[in-house]
Design a protein around this ligand. Structure first.
Ligand code: ADP
Length: 472
């Protein structure tokens, strides 16, 4: 049995802002099948503590960046959690990363350094009954862990997964002492990045092995366009770098058992869900496909491209139901567009149940991201026979088979991809979508292919197991 400690800033079902939480929540169960025992170290944010029964701490720290903190062990939804209960860092209003105005918490460096420090403590044997063989950190929040492992004199292997390289977790160099970092290592060989402390760089430099969540994103990260300043480091570490495509939780996302929808087995069973979804979004009947989009609304997600490309869909009988929240300017632009067009309906907010209903009722799911490390909503779409229309990048390139003439002839197409990633190519993709949708037999065959594609964790879990074995 290999024991692995996850160090992660969010984990479903306790706290989620994006795909990272889905991965952290689902991968432990998948790894258990391969004799890997995972415990998940997670900050005890207010929303997390509200779901956790207070019990006798399994570890206590008298002074963790300013005050005392406890580690509480609990099992929730089959995941073994170690919750870092540190009210001075995590018990506050606002979101988990920032205040109500959307600004990052000023003490984010301390908040996530604390998580890393406790991760290193647990690796050193701070828990009475469990000590990991490997620490597996996710994104910049876990990046300082190898620094603390090192200063504790530990050689525990550290696996680092990049879920999104856009976030670097930078802090002022003046925080070196506050964060208990070794000032001698504030150099470009370690964690100094353009004069600042970079938690992400610390993780990349200190990791035994690095992986990201698709092979295409792994390749893209070696280029200046996608590497966002880390491409040189990743090139240097190329031999330790791999790509492992995420899976999805096949129980939570199962059209045959999903309690949020009218259950279905085959594409024909989607029609009741489509009618219900049109009603929920105040859309009428239409001849063309009902597209759906569920996303954070940010530049990464290509929402501005969508706004420019949309007439190609909406003016030709297609519809779009969109759910998301994020950048206020994008929210306003979407609502304005919806007010002008009867075939477009937009809901601003975060709604898990509705996202299931959209997968069930949609004909096609849109993911026009400028970059997308893996992407999950196209995987939900595949499972629900909701054909993905995606940009050709990252995990979207690796998980969707474009309906090219060759793929159609071989009956393997599962979706539509567009490239280059601009509004013109996106509009052309809408034209292809309308054409494919208008031939019911063709459309059904793409939907059936999509529903057959394996999207669970099986393959990824096996590959993570191999990765763990390679570092032991
Ligand atoms: P990212 O992690 O970059 O946000 P992913 O596609 O990897 O993108 O994961 C996003 C996750 O968050 C998916 O599970 C998606 O369904 C969910 N999600 C995003 N926005 C919303 C929303 N407004 N309502 C419900 N779920 C959402």
């Amino acid at each position: 049995m290999t024991k692995v400690l996850f160090v992660v800033s969010e984990c479903a079902p306790l706290v989620k802002t994006g795909g990272l939480a889905d991965v952290a929540g689902a991968l432990p169960a998948a790894l258990a099948q391969y004799d890997v025992n995972v415990r998940v170290l997670l900050p005890g944010y207010r929303t997390v503590m509200a779901q956790v029964q207070k019990s006798k701490p399994v570890a206590t720290y008298n002074n963790l960046f300013g005050n005392s903190a406890d580690v509480i062990a609990c099992q929730i939804a089959g995941v073994d959690f170690l919750i870092l209960d540190a009210p001075h860092l995590y018990d506050r209003d606002g979101s988990i990363y920032g205040d109500a105005t959307g600004a990052d918490w000023l003490d984010n460096p301390e908040r996530f350094a604390a998580l890393c420090k406790v991760g290193a403590g647990i690796a050193a044997g701070d828990l009475p009954d469990w000590q990991p063989d490997i620490v597996h950190g996710h994104d910049w929040h876990a990046g300082l862990t190898p620094e603390y492992l090192r200063s504790a004199g530990l050689e525990t292997p550290f696996v680092f997964t990049i879920h999104n390289i856009a976030f670097h977790g930078n802090a002022s160099a003046q925080k070196l002492a506050d964060l208990s970092l070794d000032a001698d290592r504030f150099t470009s060989d370690h964690f100094e990045f353009w004069g600042q402390i970079s938690a992400l760089k610390a993780g990349l430099m200190g990791a035994t092995k690095i992986n990201t969540v698709s092979q295409t994103y792994a390749d893209e990260l070696m280029t200046p366009e996608f590497g966002l300043g880390m491409d040189g480091i990743l090139q240097a570490r190329q031999s330790d770098m791999s790509g492992i495509v995420n899976g999805i939780d096949l129980d939570a996302w199962n059209p045959q058992t999903d309690p949020n929808i009218t259950k279905f087995k085959s594409p024909a069973g989607k029609s009741k869900n489509k009618t219900a979804l049109q009603k929920t979004f105040g859309l009428g009947k239409a001849d063309g496909p009902l597209c759906v989009l569920v996303s954070r609304l940010t530049e990464q997600k290509g929402i501005d491209l969508l706004l420019d490309a949309l007439p190609a869909l909406l003016d030709n009988g297609g519809q779009l139901a969109l759910l998301g929240s994020g950048d206020p300017a994008l929210e306003v632009a979407l609502l304005k567009a919806a007010a002008k067009h009867q075939n477009l309906s937009v809901k601003i907010g975060y709604n898990e149940k509705l996202s299931h209903q959209m997968m069930a009722g949609g004909d096609a799911i849109l993911v026009p991201s400028r970059f997308e490390p893996c992407g999950l909503t196209q995987l939900y779409g595949l499972r629900y026979g909701t054909v993905p229309l995606v940009a050709l990048t990252g995990g979207l390139a690796d998980t969707v088979i474009n309906a090219s003439p060759a793929a159609m002839a071989r009956k393997v197409a599962t979706g539509i991809q567009f490239f280059p990633i601009n509004a013109h190519a996106f509009a052309n993709a809408f034209n292809r979508l309308l054409t494919l949708y208008s031939d019911k037999d063709v459309w059904r065959s793409i939907q059936r292919n999509a529903m057959k594609q394996p999207v669970g964790w099986e393959a990824a879990a096996q590959t993570y197991k191999d990765l763990y074995e390679s570092v032991l």
